[in-house]
Write a protein that binds this ligand. Structure first.
Ligand code: G1P
Ligand code: ZN
Length: 543
């Protein structure tokens, strides 16, 4: 067995985005492409002798070969131990959990989240640090700089163990432990939630449909919902991870999870529906004929958190990404705790969670999570809802409507213009940025602008500044228009337009969302010229 030092040349564009490096599979499979990026991560980490690394992914195409390469490179760099999920499977929340529970120095997650998989789909890789959370921007910037000057990578010529059998194996003197993909994570869930109450709920005839979308949440959902909690067989659909996610787009929203929506809007709908994405960190909750918006879900979990064992002591604070609706702000103020507004991306919650300043976090993009790990967590969110449904005895829609009646409703929608040409999208954002400050005080339709800026965030813990995080136009009645470019797309540019309107009057809580938001959409179009510039007559996806 020997360690090979392989000559290589840099690949352009290995800059991690909102959530790691994401590219087309064909780009990732070029000889040396993955190796270079992993080498840059290991170079940035520095001394790794004696340390433990966690590796796993969402089961998408190229997952297993990539793990083999990473294991052999880890052996060449002197790691003492690598923990790999069986069959290469570990959800993003499970990686975060295993890093924290087993004292690893970090982990590599192989996923492109909700982006399609298969040979023509996307692949991705992300490094999480010893707190279990996504590496901060200082680290990912350093990795990017390292990729620009790489001249070699180091890899063992030993073979990596097969991933099917649990147990301890060796690769060039390094220990490789193949671990159960679910066990650590399921144990943590058992500590947070009242499994007895949820078991009793299912035993009473309560019905759920959980859509694994052929992605990585399936094994967790089967083991926890149907196994530990006694939900009937068939509760979990599309629960076997497939390399191409069955050709689907594993994003738990009403558009991509249309099959689940049809089930939940049918006459004999189950009591609750839920879905999770490619790497199981996102969630969608659906009641009978009612999809809960992620922003509402965060606010509702926060308002009811003390009903759940893991959160009995109350919340230290709530954090939401800037585009996420302000529903959580009202709950925080009722609870007398702070509400933090961060840039888009889970990494910005890390410091707040580590410092104990926030207990629950959420994003409008179907992400919710808490201090239990340092990633958003799809199955956790479903368990949280099940726990609430079990202890309140109320159906989903009653919980949602009672919440609106108490706090008011934040009508909310996101309009995505996907894969538009990069240059006009960048030009549009530049013009908006240049003109945004001048909008303050302006009268737009029925609205008056209270605040208009390009969102900038100063982290209250380490004072780091993230600027250029999205155009934000806030009206005097709290309504908002937000425009930003996606940082996770792999094709051209994706423009996201977020619309929000507050309605206090309970008599007006059953209106059509898009109709309520249409005046704001018209103002956004007038200010940005988005349709003309993107050459599109409307958004590709509305959620
Ligand atoms: C999107 C979501 C963001 C989420 C990220 C990773 O990023 O909008 O909230 O954290 O995926 O799941 P974007 O493509 O908007 O940069
Ligand atoms: Zn995801």
């Amino acid at each position: 067995m020997s360690i090979d030092t392989v000559a290589t040349t840099p690949f352009a564009g290995q800059r991690p985005g909102t959530s790691g490096l994401r590219k087309k599979v064909s780009e990732f499979m070029q000889p040396g492409y993955l190796e270079n990026f992993v080498q840059a991560i290991f170079d940035t980490l520095g001394a790794v002798h004696g340390k433990t690394l966690v590796v796993g992914g969402d089961g998408r195409y190229f997952n297993r070969p990539a793990i083999g390469i990473i294991v052999r490179m880890a052996a060449a760099h002197g790691f003492a131990r690598v923990l790999v999920g069986q069959h290469g499977i570990l959800s993003t929340p499970a990686v975060s959990c295993v890093i924290r529970q087993r004292g690893a120095c970090g982990g590599l997650i192989l996923s492109a989240s909700h982006n399609p998989g298969g040979p023509d789909g996307d692949f991705g890789i992300k490094y999480n640090g010893d707190n279990g959370g996504p590496a901060p921007e200082t680290f990912t910037d350093a990795v990017y700089h390292a990729t620009a000057t790489l001249a070699h990578y180091r890899i063992s010529d030993d073979s990596a163990p097969a991933l099917a059998t649990l147990g301890s194996f060796a690769c060039d003197g390094m220990q490789v432990e193949i671990i159960d993909s679910v066990a650590d994570y399921a144990a943590l869930m058992g500590e947070l939630f009242d499994f007895d109450a949820i078991r009793a709920l299912f035993a009473s005839g309560f019905r759920m449909r959980f859509d694994g979308m052929h992605a990585v949440s399936g094994p967790y959902a089967h083991a926890i919902f149907e196994g530990l909690l006694g939900a009937s067989a068939g509760t979990v659909i599309h629960g076997t991870p497939l390399e191409d996610f069955g050709g689907g787009h594993p994003d738990p929203n009403p558009v991509c999870a249309a099959e689940l929506m049809a089930i939940m809007f049918a006459a004999d709908a189950p009591d609750v529906g839920a879905a999770s994405d490619g790497d199981a960190d996102r969630n969608m909750i659906v009641g009978r004929a009612l999809a809960v918006t992620p922003s509402d879900s965060l606010a509702i979990l926060a308002a009811n958190a003390t009903l759940v064992p893991g959160y009995r002591a109350g919340l230290r604070g709530i954090a939401r990404s800037m585009p996420t609706s302000q529903a959580a702000d009202l709950v925080a103020s009722a609870l007398g705790v702070p509400c933090f507004e961060t840039p888009t991306g889970w990494k910005y919650f890390g410091n707040l969670l580590d410092a104990g300043m926030a207990t629950l976090c959420g994003e409008e993009s179907y992400g919710t999570g808490s201090t239990h790990i340092r990633e958003k967590d799809g199955v956790w969110a479903v368990l949280f809802w099940l726990n609430l449904l079990a202890v309140t005895g109320k159906p989903v829609d009653t919980i949602v409507r009672e919440h609106w009646a108490r706090f008011g409703r934040h009508y909310y929608s996101r309009h995505d213009y996907e894969a538009v040409a990069s240059a006009p999208a960048a030009a549009m954002m530049a013009e908006l940025r240049a003109g945004v400050a001048a909008l303050a005080g302006a009268r737009l339709g029925d609205f008056t602008v209270a605040l208009a800026d390009d969102f900038s965030y100063t982290d209250p813990v380490d004072q780091s500044v993230a600027s250029g995080q999205g155009i934000r136009i806030v009206m005097t009645d709290g309504s908002r228009i937000v425009l930003r470019l996606s940082g996770t797309g792999t094709e051209g540019a994706t423009v996201r337009l977020y619309l929000e309107k507050y309605e206090a009057d309970a008599a007006r809580h059953d209106l059509d969302v898009q109709q309520v938001l249409a005046p704001l959409a018209a103002i956004a179009e007038q200010l940005s010229g988005l349709r003309a510039r993107s050459g599109r007559s409307g958004p590709t996806v509305v959620t």
